[in-house]
Design a protein around this ligand. Structure first.
Ligand SMILES: C[S@@+](CC[C@H](N)C(=O)[O-])C[C@H]1O[C@@H](n2cnc3c(N)ncnc32)[C@H](O)[C@@H]1O
Length: 305
C-alpha cells in the first residue's frame, strides 16, 4: 500500500505501512536503487556470479529482505530458474512482469514470517537505518531460524561517509560533513545508519558461524584509470546525484540538528551546496585524478546458518 501526500511538503512518496522508515518509495528512488544494483554488479563483474558471494550452488528457495523495486530478486530468479525467489518490502513493486519463479510480496519483516519453506540463501542489501538494535537482533534470529541447515545469509551495507585515502577530501569540507550529518540524524531517530559496523556481531549473536567479510572501496566519479572502476565510479556518481534528495529528506526534516530542517531549506542546500560541491570536487574522466580520490566504502558479509 503506498500513501501519497503523507509528507506533502517534500513532494516525495513514502510507504504506507511504517512511518518510521527514512526512505521514499517513488520513481526517483527506484532509479537510484537500480543504479545501486548496477553498481554492485559492476564491482563483482570479475566473478562468475555477480549477484552474491555465498557458496550456494543449487538453491531451491531464496529470500531478499527489503527488495525495493525487486531488481536483485528478479535477476537472481533469472540466473537460477530452478529456484523460487521471494522479495519482500513494505510496498508493492513497480513491475507488472517478473519471472515465473519470482514472487515480490508486501510484508513487514518485523512481523511473523509466513513463508512455508526454509531458505538456502537470505539476502539483504542497504537495509541501514531500517531497524533499531533490538529489531536487528530479531531479524537475524528469524533469518537463522528460517534457513536450511548450512544455509547462508548475505548482507551488503555501506558507510554513508565519503572518504579519500590521500587526504584530498578535507574533513571539514561540505561533502565530508554530509555523511556525519546523516549519522547524527539516524542516531536521534533511534535507527543508526552504521549497520556495517555492527552486523558481524549481531549475526554471531543470532548463532551464525563462518562469517566472511569483504570491504570494497567504490569510487565516486569516473576518475580511476582502471576500466571497471571508472565505469563503477560513473554509475556511482549517478547513484549519488539521483539519490541524495531521497536519502536526506526524511532524516533532516524530522531529525536534523540543532532543529529539523524545512524541506525548502534542504532543497536549497542540496542543489547549491552538496550537489554543487560534488560537481566541482569530483572529477570526471579528464579531472585531476591524482588530486581527488573520493570513495564510498561498503561491506559484504556472508554467514553460515
Ligand atoms: C535502501 S532500500 C534498498 C533496496 C534494495 N535492497 C536494493 O539494494 O536496491 C531498503 C528497503 O528496505 C525496505 N524496508 C525497510 N524496512 C522494512 C521492513 N520492516 N520490512 C520490509 N522491508 C523494509 C524499504 O522499504 C526499502 O525499500
Amino acid at each position: 500500500m503506498q500513501k501519497v501526500g503523507k509528507y506533502p511538503a517534500n513532494a516525495q512518496r513514502y510507504n504506507g505501512m511504517r512511518d518510521d522508515y527514512w526512505g521514499p518509495s517513488d520513481e526517483q528512488q527506484f532509479e537510484t536503487m537500480d543504479a545501486g544494483h548496477y553498481l554492485y554488479l559492476l564491482l563483482e563483474s570479475d566473478r562468475p556470479n555477480m549477484l552474491f558471494r555465498a557458496p550456494v550452488s543449487n538453491p531451491k528457495y531464496i529470500l531478499d529482505i527489503g527488495t525495493g523495486p525487486g531488481t536483485w530478486a528478479i535477476d537472481t530468479a533469472d540466473k537460477f530458474p530452478d529456484a523460487t525467489v521471494y522479495g519482500v518490502d513494505l510496498y508493492p513493486p513497480p513491475h507488472s512482469w517478473v519471472p515465473p519463479n519470482c514472487f515480490l510480496e508486501v510484508e513487514d519483516v518485523l512481523s511473523d514470517w509466513t513463508w512455508k519453506h526454509k531458505f538456502d540463501l537470505i539476502h539483504m542489501r542497504l537495509m541501514l537505518g531500517a531497524f533499531m538494535e533490538s529489531e536487528w537482533d530479531s531479524v537475524y534470529r528469524k533469518c537463522y531460524e528460517n534457513l536450511e541447515p548450512g544455509g547462508w545469509l548475505e548482507e551488503v551495507e555501506l558507510d554513508v561517509r565519503v572518504i579519500s585515502d590521500d587526504n584530498s577530501l578535507s574533513p571539514d569540507s561540505y561533502l565530508a560533513g554530509w555523511g556525519e550529518n546523516f549519522l547524527g540524524c539516524a542516531e536521534r531517530a533511534g535507527r543508526p545508519l552504521s549497520t556495517q559496523t555492527k552486523m558481524a556481531g549481531a549475526m554471531e549473536r543470532a548463532g551464525f558461524v563462518n562469517i566472511h567479510d569483504h570491504l570494497f572501496k567504490c569510487p565516486i566519479g569516473s576518475w580511476p584509470k582502471n576500466r571497471k572502476l571508472k565505469e563503477a565510479g560513473r554509475v556511482n556518481f549517478d547513484h549519488w546525484t539521483t539519490g541524495m534528495d531521497g536519502w536526506a529528506m526524511w532524516l533532516l526534516t524530522k531529525h536534523g540538528a540543532p532543529r529539523p530542517w524545512d524541506a525548502d531549506e534542504l532543497r536549497r542546500e542540496q542543489s547549491c551546496g552538496i550537489r554543487g560541491c560534488m560537481y566541482i570536487i569530483i572529477p570526471g574522466e579528464f579531472g585531476p585524478r591524482s588530486l581527488w580520490q573520493v570513495y564510498d566504502e561498503y561491506a559484504v558479509l556472508e554467514a553460515l546458518g
